[in-house]
Design a protein. Structure first.
Length: 396
């Protein structure tokens, strides 16, 4: 068994990435996550080290983003009403990505945190797992903000590693309910970064991309892989697809490092999406990903957070991922103190009593309709077939 260290990159300053009171990406997601990890005893573990993140430099941010866009973010960050720039030309403004004072530093910190996580897992032999729960801003494009994401911390961290190690091969696995479009487009022509995204189909959900024919271009052809899922996809179906396809892809590609975006908005109750996963899925995925990292990915795993808009789901799911990294089997009982804390700060969700709950109930509900169950089964089979016949072949 591996007893190497696990790095959790965390600071209270993360809560400054804040689009305002009515925005779904609430800083509370992160503070409640940290608190649950603490109360579950994960932060006292002898193999856990808390890493304080640094700010990414402008030069590092520009490894991915256009200087003009970076300047616009900087200007609006100082004065959100600056009359010399038109925020809407850069994806900023009322709606998904409202401008807020201090947004440059808040975004540079998230990028710096993912760089810290990447640096630690890659350069320090004592570490083979690092996790930046504030990261995972996968929609940000090179010249504009998108889907709550200002700077793309994932792409910046990967480019940072590439700069130091020009031949490094990275597999990026994105389990967020939304397509990992920003990361896919940055590395679309790069065979050294394989992007894999499982998400609710773009036919039904933002950002509308992630179809099976998006496979990369030029030298990168075959190195973008997409699994668009149909609404209602259950834990059982998701897991069947995942176990059939992901290990084969990673075994064929054999990266030096696995980067995962761990969005948990695939949950059946998530207010923004329509998939049917339970928290149990995250517990099982953590096990699978950990296993594949050891077998196929040089035993190096860099994890970042992502979406998830239920304040009582995100902390539980990400605690399960951290526990798996530390090789700890948690009890299903939630700490009383945390339940009380959640009750006080989250008033519009049922108070949870278990770490992973209701998994079986939602599964039965989803598959109770024979027509839907049949459709889901057939669709999953078609994706597995596509993976075996095309995706894997493209990598050879
Ligand atoms: Zn998402």
């Amino acid at each position: 068994m591996d007893t190497k260290k696990v790095g959790l990159v965390y600071t209270d300053q993360y809560t400054k990435y804040n689009f305002g009171i009515n925005h779904p990406l609430r800083p509370l997601r992160l503070s409640l996550t940290y608190s649950l990890m603490e109360k579950l005893g994960l932060l006292d573990n002898e193999n856990l080290e808390i890493i304080k993140p640094r700010y990414a430099t402008r030069e590092e941010i520009e490894l991915v983003h256009k200087p003009k866009y970076v300047s616009v973010v900087e200007t609006l960050s100082k004065n959100p009403q600056d009359p010399t720039v038109k925020p809407f030309l850069y994806g900023l403004g009322p709606g998904d990505n409202p401008v807020f004072e201090g947004m440059y530093d808040a975004s540079a910190l998230v990028c710096g945190a993912s760089i810290s996580a990447a640096e630690k897992v890659w350069n320090d032999d004592d570490f083979n797992r690092t996790f930046n729960p504030a990261g995972g801003l996968h929609h940000a494009m090179i010249d504009k903000a998108s889907g709550f994401c200002i700077f793309n911390d994932i792409a910046v961290a990967i480019r940072y590693l590439q700069k130091q190690n020009p031949d490094i091969r990275v597999a990026y696995l994105d389990i967020d309910c939304h397509h990992g479009d920003g990361v896919q487009w940055v590395f679309y022509d790069d065979p050294n970064v394989l992007t894999i995204s499982l998400h609710e189909s773009g036919k039904y959900l933002f950002p509308g991309t992630g179809n099976t024919d998006e496979i990369g271009e030029g030298a990168g052809e075959g190195y973008a892989i997409n699994f668009p899922l149909i609404p209602g996809t259950s834990t059982k179906m998701y897991l069947r697809l995942f176990k059939e396809c992901i290990p084969k892809i990673l075994d064929t590609y054999r990266p030096d490092l696995l980067v995962t975006q761990l969005g948990v908005d695939t949950h059946f109750n998530d207010p923004l999406t329509q998939l049917g996963a339970s928290i149990k899925l995250y517990k099982l995925l953590a096990k699978e990903i950990d296993k594949y990292t050891q077998k196929y990915c040089n035993n190096k795993w860099l994890a970042v957070g992502g979406g998830g808009y239920l304040m009582t789901v995100v902390p539980r799911a990400w605690s399960l991922f951290l526990a798996q990294m530390l090789n700890i089997e948690l009890e299903n009982e939630l700490p009383q103190e945390w339940i009380q804390e959640a009750k006080k700060s989250v008033t519009n969700e049922d108070t949870p009593y278990l770490l992973w709950d209701r998994g079986d109930k939602i599964e039965v509900q989803l598959l109770a309709h024979p027509e839907l169950a049949k459709k889901m089964n057939e669709y999953t089979n078609s994706l597995i077939e596509l993976c075996n016949n095309q995706y894997i072949e493209n990598l050879k």
